[in-house]
Write a protein that binds this ligand. Structure first.
Ligand SMILES: [Zn+2]
Ligand SMILES: [Zn+2]
Length: 379
C-alpha cells in the first residue's frame, strides 16, 4: 500500500497555517483514538497516520523537506514506522481533553535516551461504598512508587564523585549494528541506555538513582463519582529521572452496589414494598433516602409498579450540577405468614372480591373478559 499524502491525511489545504494543522490533527486524533475505538485496527492505523502527518507538518523544516521531496524527504520519520517522539508536544495540544481520553497513560511510558525522562504514570484502584460516593470522601491511599534518591539526588554516584560518559556508546545510550542493508539501534548494555556510567555507586540506591518508597497520598473523592470514573493526581506518579517531570497517578474508582438503591446516570431507583390495604386505601409511606428518609403520599387505588418521583433526591452530579431524582417504584408486599385475625379478615374481604370479577375486567366495561384476552394472545 502506498503512503497517503500528509495533507490529505489531515484534510487540510497545502497552504494551511500552523493553527489549522494543529486543530485538524486534534480532530483526527480524537476521532481515531484507540480508547474510543477499542479493538479497531483501522482506527489505530488512522491514528498513527495522523500522528505521523502532524509530526512532519508541524515542524517547519520537515514540512519544507516534505513539500519539496515528498515522503522521501522525511523518511527518518516515516520509514521505520511509527515514531513515538511524534507525540512530543501532544499534551500541550490536548490539555485537559488529554486527561479525559487518557493520553497521559498511553504516552507516559515514552522514553528519550539519556535526557530527562518523565516518570511513569501509576494506576490505583480504589473501592468506596455507595454512601461515600453520595457524600464524597477523602481517603488516604498508600502507593509504592519509585522516587529520586535523596542521598545522590538521583545521579546514582557516591558523594564526591559524579557519573561519567559511558565509554561503550560515548554517551548516546545506543549501539548501532549492521544487519544486512539495515542499521539497527539497540540500547547500550553497559549503561542500560542512559549514556552514563557510575564508577562509585551511591550506597543508598546502589547506583540506580532511585529508591522504592511507600507514599501516602490524600485523595479527595468528589460527591457523585461513579464506577469507572478516575481522578488524575498531577505529579503523584513515579519520579522522573535526570530532572524529568514526575508522572501522574490515576485513581480509578469502583463504587460498591447498594442493597436498595440502583443508580442510572444521576438518578436513583428503588422498590418500595407497600401493603395491599395502603395501595387500595391510600395514605403516607416512608421512603428511605441515601442520607435519611422522606415521605410520599400513596393515592387510593395505586397499582403495583406505580412510580413516584422525588425531585433532587438522587445522586449529586459529580461536576456540581445539582442532584438527580429519586424514583420510588411501589411493589405489593404480600405477607408470607398471617395471624389468625388477619386470615379471618382477608377471607371476609375475599368473599366480596371474587377472582371472576377481576378476570371479567374491573367492571367499568373498559377491559375485555379474561378468556378473550387469552384468545388474543394465543389465537
Ligand atoms: Zn543514590
Ligand atoms: Zn553506554
Amino acid at each position: 500500500m502506498s503512503k497517503r499524502d500528509y495533507y490529505e491525511v489531515l484534510a487540510v489545504p497545502r497552504d494551511a497555517n500552523d493553527q489549522q494543522i494543529k486543530s485538524a490533527y486534534r480532530k483526527q486524533a480524537l476521532k481515531f483514538h484507540p480508547d474510543r475505538n477499542p479493538g479497531s485496527a483501522e482506527a489505530e492505523e488512522r491514528f498513527k497516520e495522523a500522528a505521523e502527518a502532524y509530526a512532519v507538518l508541524c515542524d517547519p523544516q520537515k514540512r519544507a523537506a516534505y513539500d519539496r521531496y515528498g515522503h522521501a524527504g522525511v523518511s527518518g520519520v516515516g520509514a521505520g514506522g511509527f515514531d513515538p517522539n511524534a507525540f512530543a508536544g501532544f499534551e500541550d495540544i490536548f490539555g485537559s481533553l488529554g486527561d479525559l481520553f487518557g493520553f497521559g497513560d498511553m504516552f507516559g511510558g515514552r522514553r528519550r535516551r539519556g535526557g530527562p525522562q518523565r516518570g511513569s504514570d501509576l494506576r490505583y484502584d480504589l473501592e468506596i461504598s455507595f454512601e461515600e460516593s453520595y457524600t464524597g470522601t477523602e481517603t488516604a491511599i498508600q502507593i509504592p512508587r519509585e522516587e529520586t534518591c535523596e542521598t545522590c539526588s538521583g545521579s546514582g554516584a557516591a558523594a564526591g564523585s559524579s557519573p561519567e560518559v559511558c565509554p561503550q556508546c560515548k554517551g548516546t545510550g545506543q549501539l548501532r549494528f549492521q544487519q544486512g542493508f539495515l542499521t539497527v539501534a539497540r540500547p547500550c548494555s553497559t549503561c542500560r541506555g542512559s549514556g552514563r556510567v557510575v564508577s562509585r555507586p551511591c550506597q543508598a540506591c546502589r547506583g540506580a538513582g532511585r529508591v522504592g518508597r511507600e507514599r501516602k497520598i490524600n485523595a479527595k473523592i468528589p460527591a457523585g463519582i461513579a464506577t469507572g470514573q478516575r481522578l488524575r493526581l498531577y505529579g503523584e506518579g513515579e519520579h522522573g529521572s535526570a530532572g524529568g517531570p514526575p508522572g501522574d497517578l490515576y485513581v480509578v474508582v469502583h463504587v460498591q452496589e447498594h442493597a436498595f438503591f440502583h443508580r442510572e446516570g444521576d438518578d436513583l431507583y428503588c422498590e418500595l414494598p407497600v401493603t395491599f390495604p395502603l395501595l387500595a386505601l391510600g395514605g403516607d409511606a416512608r421512603v428511605p433516602l441515601v442520607d435519611g428518609e422522606d415521605q410520599i403520599k400513596i393515592p387510593a387505588g395505586t397499582q403495583p409498579g406505580a412510580r413516584f418521583k422525588l425531585r433532587d433526591k438522587g445522586m449529586p452530579n459529580v461536576s456540581g450540577r445539582g442532584h438527580g431524582d429519586l424514583y420510588v417504584i411501589a411493589r405489593a408486599a404480600v405477607p408470607k405468614k398471617l395471624t389468625k385475625d388477619q386470615r379471618r379478615l382477608l377471607e371476609e374481604l375475599a368473599k366480596t372480591m371474587p377472582q371472576e370479577a377481576v378476570e371479567a375486567g374491573s367492571g367499568d366495561g373498559a377491559e375485555k373478559p379474561f378468556f378473550e384476552k387469552v384468545k388474543d394472545i394465543f389465537g
